[in-house]
Design a protein around this ligand. Structure first.
Ligand SMILES: [Zn+2]
Ligand SMILES: [Zn+2]
Length: 249
């Protein structure tokens, strides 16, 4: 499994673009979320060229996870494009309904069904399903709008935009966990929308994961904050994700 960080930030792009991770696994190409990080896909033509289908999985529909849809169409014109989102699993309407509304003609000149010759926009069919030989698991999280943890082959977990709950991690393990981190300063306010570094360090079963990368960084963070966070992470199996980082597991 080859993993490429295209967007490691949350909400507003700055030092990094917003939420987007690309994954090659068992002959399929996956993209997790479509934040501004999807603009970085232009640097990965050598990867895209190997695949005739792109599978995009959306954790939820907040704009920092969706805006990149308006950047991707030039790169997938000759490919099959499959998009999956929570839809009726958690919302009153389907993913197709939301994306069609988001990309309607007043906002973007090309509707999603014309991004390529073969586009399908689907809801997650079950909490566990297969794309090719890759097992996909989706688990609902607590956030200001329903968001989903996405697990590929029980090896990679992508968990962003969630209010942290230690119970959600009981018995869960993976080679690599990408987890949001929104706060690190003390005293921290536990948020119903997001997760703090203290919660991760004190309540996540760190040894259940080979490596943990912090994603969805707070846009207020600057160089000084990143240095302080790196010091707080010393001696742990947690590190800060950054755009264009490549990880093989
Ligand atoms: Zn977000
Ligand atoms: Zn969100």
């Amino acid at each position: 499994m080859n993993i490429y960080i295209l967007g490691a930030a949350g909400w507003i792009p700055g030092a990094n673009e917003t939420s987007c991770i690309m994954v090659e696994n068992k002959g399929q190409l996956f993209i997790l979320d479509a934040g501004t990080g999807l603009s970085n896909i232009r640097k990965y033509a050598h990867i895209l060229d190997k695949y005739d289908t792109v599978h995009l999985l959306l954790s939820h529909y907040h704009l920092d996870h969706m805006i990149g849809l308006s950047y991707i169409d030039p790169f997938i014109r000759d490919k099959r494009f499959r998009v999956y989102g929570p839809g009726l699993m958690a919302y009153p309407e389907t993913t197709d309904y939301y994306l069609s509304a988001f990309l309607r003609q007043e906002f973007f000149s090309r509707s999603i069904d014309r991004f390529s010759h073969d586009v399908k926009v689907l809801d997650f069919p079950e909490e566990t399903f297969f794309i090719g030989d890759t097992k996909i698991s989706v688990t609902r999280q607590k956030h200001s709008a329903p968001s989903y943890r996405i697990t590929l082959d029980d090896r990679l977990i992508y968990a962003t935009d969630l209010s942290f709950s230690a119970d959600a991690w009981e018995g869960v393990s993976a080679d690599v966990l990408f987890h949001e981190c929104w706060e690190y300063k003390e005293p921290e306010q536990d948020s119903y929308r997001h997760t703090s570094l203290r919660q991760l360090k004190e309540q996540l079963p760190l040894s259940s994961f080979g490596w943990i990368y912090l994603i969805h960084h707070n846009p207020d963070w600057g160089e000084d904050d990143f240095s302080k966070i790196k010091m707080l992470l010393a001696g742990t199996n947690i590190s800060l994700a950054e755009d264009e980082m490549e990880i093989s597991i």
